[in-house]
Design a protein around this ligand. Structure first.
Ligand SMILES: Nc1ncnc2c1ncn2[C@@H]1O[C@H](COP(=O)(O)OP(=O)(O)OP(=O)(O)O)[C@@H](O)[C@H]1O
Length: 246
């Protein structure tokens, strides 16, 4: 496939004891795209993200990220290659502040000493403030994460991924449990961050999907049922039958 895509998933398959949770799935993500994956429970959405990030081993297919084949790489190598993944439940360090949580996630790089170390600290601080602004937490930098709302914890975790500057970010139901106002702000956040990267989101809230999606992939029984603009998939009778009509 052409270089136009940042991610090319082809014939991706995984079997669990003979059951194909993902079945010869192909899809392509462009730079600066927000791809939303929707579909009924058990369709294979989370498994697709698990396969891309190396958490689950595929039984077949290819996943090409830029010029790298991810299926032959370990989870940590995939992170280092520029693929970030957020799981459904927030996993921030409750006893640490917003600033400390972000600092912990700053990429380690090579060790530097003396004056260079001082310079590195400056760089890290600047980056922490920049990220905190992006995730609406610049006024809570010294707040312990334990005191943040559920939505703010989700944003902090997104910030902990953003500080590593991934070119592809994958989010599993990022607005679950959020208030309406927090959902709106999360849509704003995603629309801003795709200016510098691509995002894949698994989501059930169709209002939120409409606010963020460049394109939507509808998954059913591990295969693509429909794909295209939100309007297109919403009006696809097959999608209405297996998912939206329920
Ligand atoms: N490690 C595993 N071992 C066995 N079966 C699994 C495993 N992981 C997922 N499955 C099965 O694969 C299917 C797809 O699951 P998956 O969690 O990917 O669906 P989903 O579309 O994300 O669903 P939901 O919307 O409920 O989160 C389900 O039938 C699930 O039980």
């Amino acid at each position: 496939m052409s270089d136009r895509f940042i991610l090319s998933v082809e014939e991706l398959t995984v079997s669990f004891d003979g059951f194909k949770a993902v079945d010869a799935l192909s899809f392509y993500v462009e730079p600066n795209e927000c791809r939303v994956i929707i579909g009924p429970n058990g369709a294979g959405k989370t498994t697709v993200l698990d396969l891309i990030c190396g958490r689950t081993k595929a039984t077949g297919g290819t996943v090409k990220f830029k010029d790298k084949e991810l299926l032959s790489m370990r989870e940590d190598q995939i992170v280092n290659a520029g693929v970030g993944r957020k799981f459904q439940t927030p996993s921030v360090y409750e006893d640490l502040t917003v600033s400390e949580n972000l600092e912990l996630s700053y990429p380690k790089g090579h060790s530097v000493f003396g004056a260079l170390m001082f310079r590195r600290d400056d760089l890290i601080q600047t980056r922490i403030i920049e990220i905190a602004k992006t995730i609406f937490l610049d006024n809570q930098l010294d707040e312990k994460a334990a005191f943040l709302s559920h939505g703010q914890k989700q944003w902090l975790e997104i910030g902990m991924l953003l500080i590593q500057d991934p070119e592809l970010l994958m989010l599993d139901e990022p607005v679950a449990g959020m208030s309406v106002a927090e959902r709106k702000k999360t849509a704003e956040l995603l629309n801003r961050i795709i200016q510098d990267r691509s995002v894949i989101v698994i989501e059930h809230d169709m209002g939120f999907v409409a606010d963020i999606a460049t394109r939507v992939t509808v998954l059913h029984q591990g295969k693509t049922l429909s794909e295209g603009s939100m309007e297109r998939v919403q009006n696809d009778p097959k999608v209405v039958e297996v998912y939206l009509g329920h």
